[in-house]
Design a protein around this ligand. Structure first.
Ligand code: 5GP
Length: 139
């Protein structure tokens, strides 16, 4: 996997405004925030998209995400927020190192805007799909 800008930040080659660091995770302010407090949370493990991330790195991120959300809520005073995680260029991923955005939502026209083109779920199709997915994941 080619070095991304986040690898360079992890190595300390490029500066960042660090918010949190542990053995597996780094969190820092987004350089082009959608709102005040917009923070990126990345694993130190090199993986381009979430499906490629190891269980250990995923667990480390999961352990710290809610804590970071609480800190951002407390410091910005903004109670509502989005956690966004993009995978692939069509899904708006620009940096190919797994990252979670924590984006405070201070008002309807601020923070993350989302289009949600919801469709109908066909019950028969849904039963088949859920069974296939469950079989694939071994759940
Ligand atoms: P994506 O679209 O891949 O989910 O989001 C990548 C994010 O990384 C963007 O919000 C962008 O502003 C942020 N970003 C890109 N380069 C840098 C950088 O050099 N430093 C920091 N702090 N953030 C960056």
């Amino acid at each position: 996997m080619a070095d991304t800008i986040f690898t360079k930040i992890l190595r300390g080659d490029i500066p960042c405004h660090k918010v949190y660091e542990d053995e597996h995770v780094l969190a820092f302010l987004d350089i082009r925030p959608l709102s005040y407090g917009h923070t990126l949370v990345i694993p130190k493990e090199e993986a381009a998209t979430l499906d490629q991330l190891s269980d250990d790195a995923s667990a480390a991120i999961g352990r710290v995400l809610p804590r970071l959300c609480r800190a951002i809520r407390a410091i910005t005073g903004v109670e509502q927020f989005n956690v966004l995680q993009n995978n692939g260029p069509m899904a708006h991923q620009a940096v190919f190192h797994v990252h979670f955005h924590i984006i405070p939502k201070p008002g309807v026209d601020e923070g993350l805007g989302i289009e949600w083109p919801a469709k109908k779920l066909d019950p028969q199709e849904a039963a088949k799909l859920a069974a296939s997915l469950s079989n694939e994941i071994g759940g």
